[in-house]
Write a protein that binds this ligand. Structure first.
Ligand SMILES: *Cc1c(COP(=O)(O)O)cnc(C)c1O
Length: 362
């Protein structure tokens, strides 16, 4: 008997491989490795340190994320994907080589009225169709003109946009339109351009431009709903594991877990595994969601609770307490688990809590 709780084993080698795959798809582009949200749950400092040789920049969503990377010794420029949220962050960004996305009139006006210790590099966000943040194409000229007058901004500025539907291989038209709108207002007017998330890297070679912004693919996960990372040459970077903490004889007709929502159709053995929503394993995972026990596919039986989940091991099971369980990773793609849960693998890896230990292999 030697059980333990949930552990996420992270392969830095897989993450380096996946960045190489992204760069092979876009050989003429520089790479901005997206490590927001704790590197999609994989540990931002460890991941950034592993990629610092091969990436050209990093990107995060929040100022505090960039600050953590700098404090941890990361030297490459760091792009703040939504720019600065207040003036203190603007000053800090200029001193620490954070590149700023500028997406709003509020940010533009704040930049105009704030003298900085050093000029800051700006990426103007163009809203080419996502309609979340960014300047509309018809505003672009005026924005570029205003920025070109500022000594606190590195000249000339860069421009970026973000795709809403690049992960839909059967619906290329919407992305083609975004590419066309972006190019029409940026060509010849800016220094560098960047359009592509992972889906763009994989599916829209004519949009690779100067910089790509791969995120989820670095972690071995494909952005395309019906595929998994290994189908496109990626290696899953996270092996989310736990162990059996109990194996119990269970009678046909008896329920398991909260609300008795699952009732066994047969005499069987129920395995109790040390993972729950307190670790980030989704409570919404229904009975039938696959789990690997000793490399064998079994399924969840009953509700996921905070610290435990239950699986139907089958009547002839010989699994015992302490045996290894894989929740997603080698042999069970996070993408497949996500489909059972009704979400995307991005969310599974990103919402891991602080409880599971992250262990790294090079
Ligand atoms: C998160 C993000 C990315 C990375 O997207 P993936 O789909 O994970 O590759 C790229 N660009 C922006 C602006 C983002 O917010």
């Amino acid at each position: 008997m030697d059980a333990r709780g949930a552990v996420a084993r992270i392969s830095l080698e897989a993450i380096r491989h996946n960045l190489k795959v992204a760069k092979q798809h876009a050989p003429d582009a520089s790479a901005i490795a997206v490590v927001k949200a704790n590197a999609y749950g994989h540990g931002d400092l460890a991941v950034a340190a592993a990629l610092e040789q091969d990436a050209d920049m990093f990107a995060v969503a929040r100022f505090e994320e960039a600050q953590r990377l700098r404090a941890g010794g990361i030297q490459l420029p760091i792009l703040l994907l939504e720019g600065f949220f207040n003036i203190d962050q603007l000053h800090y960004a200029a001193r620490h080589n954070f590149h700023l996305c500028v997406h709003s009139h509020e940010q533009l006006a704040a930049l105009e009225r704030t003298p900085l210790a050093a000029p800051v590099t700006v990426w103007v966000k163009i809203d080419s169709g996502m309609h979340r943040v960014g300047f509309l194409p018809e505003e672009a000229d005026a924005v570029f003109a205003r920025l070109s007058r500022l000594s606190q901004v590195v000249q000339p500025v860069n421009a970026m946009t973000h795709f809403a539907r690049a992960d839909e291989p059967d619906n290329r038209g919407a992305t083609d339109e975004q590419i066309a709108r972006f190019k029409a207002v940026t060509e010849g007017r800016v220094k560098h351009t960047a359009l592509c998330n992972s889906a763009g890297v994989l599916a829209f070679p004519d949009a690779h431009a100067d910089f790509i912004r791969p995120g989820v693919m670095l972690y071995g996960i494909t952005p395309f709903g019906e595929q998994q990372g290994t189908d496109v040459g990626l290696r899953p970077a996270m092996n989310f594991t736990t162990t059996l903490i109990a194996v119990r004889e269970h009678k046909a007709g008896e329920p398991v877990g909260y609300a008795g929502s699952w009732v066994s159709p047969r005499d069987t053995r129920i395995g109790v595994i040390a993972v729950g929503y307190g670790d980030g394993y989704p409570r919404m995972a229904p009975a039938g969601t696959p789990v690997l026990v000793n490399g064998r596919r079994v399924t969840l039986a009953g509700r996921v609770s905070m610290d435990m989940a239950t699986v139907d091991l089958g009547p002839d099971a010989t699994d015992k307490v302490g045996d290894e369980v894989i929740l997603w990773g080698d042999g069970l793609a996070a993408e497949e688990v996500a489909r059972h849960v009704g979400t995307i693998a991005y969310e599974l890896v990103t919402r891991m809590t602080a409880r599971p230990r992250l262990e790294y292999t090079d």
